[in-house]
Design a protein around this ligand. Structure first.
Ligand code: DGI
Ligand code: FE
Ligand code: FE
Length: 188
């Protein structure tokens, strides 16, 4: 699918600010893909659709989780975590994208997972460092992102966990799985 066609599909599903974020994630993901030898076309399409389900009603997302093979433990965690897994499902059914690598990177873009693919890492990190973001500690993650893909993802996962813990928020197991796997990858 061409970039303009993909952007035209996603635009009416998002608010303007979220669409602008999506375009910046796309640009960042392509640059990361070029830097680390990842398929640029897959990075472009995955980035364009990564937040496709962001504005679906909570009840609709809950139904998708209940009625398809999505992990049921999501229902016990914040609904903010649902738009990735549900988005992957909807991008497959509504947009007709069947590439498993693209769908997985959409699914796991918020939490990461153990054994992330290089494409997963590119989308996860692009979402975190795109130029419109303002997280504490972000400039260090941005520097690391262009030197070492694993290390950049590890820092992003660590910051996210620290932020959530500082707010006394529960942390989804896959978020810890991502952090742990990236910690091991860092040491090798
Ligand atoms: O959709 P975006 O705003 O572009 O970004 P996102 O999909 O990375 O994250 C949405 C939110 O999810 C973000 O505020 C951090 C939060 N989050 C990430 N991992 C976890 C989490 N929230 C909880 N409760 N638990 C997690 O493990
Ligand atoms: Fe998201
Ligand atoms: Fe996003």
């Amino acid at each position: 699918m061409e970039r303009d066609e993909a952007l035209a599909i996603v635009k009416p599903k998002l608010k303007q600010e979220r669409y602008d974020h999506t375009v910046r994630v796309m640009e960042t993901a392509i640059q990361l893909a070029q830097t680390y030898g990842v398929d640029e076309k897959k990075a472009e399409i995955a980035a364009i659709f990564h937040d496709y389900a962001k504005y679906r009603p909570i009840d609709e997302m809950r139904r998708w989780i209940q009625t398809t093979y999505l992990p049921k433990d999501l229902l016990h965690y914040h609904h903010e975590l649902w738009h990735g897994p549900v988005g992957a499902k909807l991008v497959e059914r509504e947009v007709g994208i069947h590439d498993r690598e693209i769908l997985d990177s959409i699914h796991y873009h918020t939490t990461g997972r153990s054994h992330m693919s290089a494409l997963d890492k590119v989308i996860f990190l692009a979402d975190y460092i795109e130029p419109g973001r303002k997280f504490p500690g972000l400039s260090d993650v941005r520097d690391a992102a262009w030197m070492d893909l694993n290390h950049g993802c590890w820092m992003a996962a660590k910051n996210t966990i620290q932020f959530l813990m500082s707010k006394n928020q529960p942390i989804y197991p896959e978020t810890f799985n991502a952090y742990n796997a990236l910690t091991k990858a860092n040491k090798n």
